[in-house]
Design a protein around this ligand. Structure first.
Ligand SMILES: [Zn+2]
Ligand SMILES: [Zn+2]
Length: 339
């Protein structure tokens, strides 16, 4: 387990400071710090916890009897200092909804702010992968955003989430307008075509050509054995008629991971010290979604791609329309409607 003496900087009671760099076992057992909700009115992380009806899927690991986080590889970290959603200068961890991949980050801001950052990029990238098979080429006119976007596009964290069945299922549940970009099994598409009659208006020819070249041609080709039904193809065309790449539509409170704080750093902690402690955590917890650790400058070499390969990406995504045709005992979250 990883213990940090630095916690004493944030605790008024100076008696906690003992000589030596690390806590002793008995100190660890007696010192319990919690990660608590901040209870502020407009905190989206606290609201997600309180309001189970909201569209938010943010899952924060709050605690009441001492915060101890267990990483995917089994390594444990005991929180070194009391914390809440607004605590600045932190090391935090995101565990994907699939439970198989985790990521450690650090920030001089709070968890609340950093989650917002991840939310923007991950939702943007899921949409870009669905519509385009890769991040959209430069579209934004603001250079500052563009640099940040390009940096984000390379993150293993987002590369995993954009390919993770659990995360995609969650995204589609809250953004059903994107189901038309998820190919169906050929047989399902044939069923879908049986009950479909195109009633959409005919659009002008030049618009049609523009949509065809700019967008429809760029939609990733369905894998072998999969296709888009006629209903989906018409929905795609309709979608792009009103599409503005700079203004994606998605739930602003939707996340795809559990999040918590694993360490709090001193307020005056330098950026370099923060990164040093972060990389110690990354190395011990062997997080597959960080880009490097002390073993390697490239996590690709150590763990391979941040998602499983050789798998058909859409095979386990169950759309509401397919569920209608095949009421079965699968385990997806959709409630199937009887026809
Ligand atoms: Zn809060
Ligand atoms: Zn995942």
């Amino acid at each position: 387990m990883f213990f940090m003496k630095t916690c004493a900087f944030r605790i008024p009671d100076g008696s906690l400071i003992k000589t030596g760099l690390f806590y002793t076992d008995d100190m660890t057992n007696s010192l319990c710090h919690d990660m608590k909700p901040c209870q502020r009115l407009f905190c989206t992380l606290c609201q997600a916890k309180n309001d189970s009806d909201s569209a938010s899927c943010t899952t924060i690991e709050f605690s009441t009897s001492g915060q101890k986080h267990r990483f995917v590889n089994g390594y444990e970290a005991v929180l070194n200092c009391p914390a809440n959603c607004q605590t600045n200068n932190i090391i935090y961890v995101l565990t994907c909804a699939c439970g198989e991949y985790d990521y450690i980050g650090s920030t001089r801001y709070s968890l609340n702010e950093v989650i917002e950052y991840h939310r923007q990029h991950v939702n943007r990238l899921i949409i870009e992968y669905l519509l385009n098979g890769e991040p959209f080429p430069v579209l934004c006119t603001c250079t500052e955003n563009e640099i940040e976007k390009r940096r984000a596009n390379k993150k293993r964290l987002y590369q995993h989430i954009t390919h993770c069945t659990k995360a995609l299922q969650l995204f589609l549940e809250y953004n059903p307008q994107y189901w038309s970009f998820v190919p169906m099994k050929v047989i399902d598409a044939q069923y879908d075509d049986l009950s479909y009659r195109n009633i959409s208006d005919v659009i002008r020819k030049e618009d049609s050509i523009k949509i065809e070249n700019n967008y429809l041609a760029r939609i990733p080709k369905p894998p072998p054995g999969y296709t888009f039904s006629q209903r989906q193809q018409d929905a795609q065309r309709e979608f792009f008629e009103n599409f503005h790449p700079q203004h994606y539509q998605f739930y602003l409170t939707l996340d795809f991971y559990r999040a918590t704080i694993v360490a709090v750093l001193p307020l005056q902690c330098s950026t370099i010290l923060r990164h040093l402690i972060e990389i110690l955590f990354v190395t011990h917890a062997e997080t597959k979604l960080n880009c490097f650790n002390l073993f390697t400058g490239s996590t690709d070499l150590l763990y391979g791609l941040p998602y499983s390969q050789g798998r058909i990406w859409c095979e386990n995504l169950l759309s509401p329309s397919v569920a209608r045709f095949f009421p079965s005992n699968d385990t997806t979250t959709f409630i199937k409607t009887e026809k």
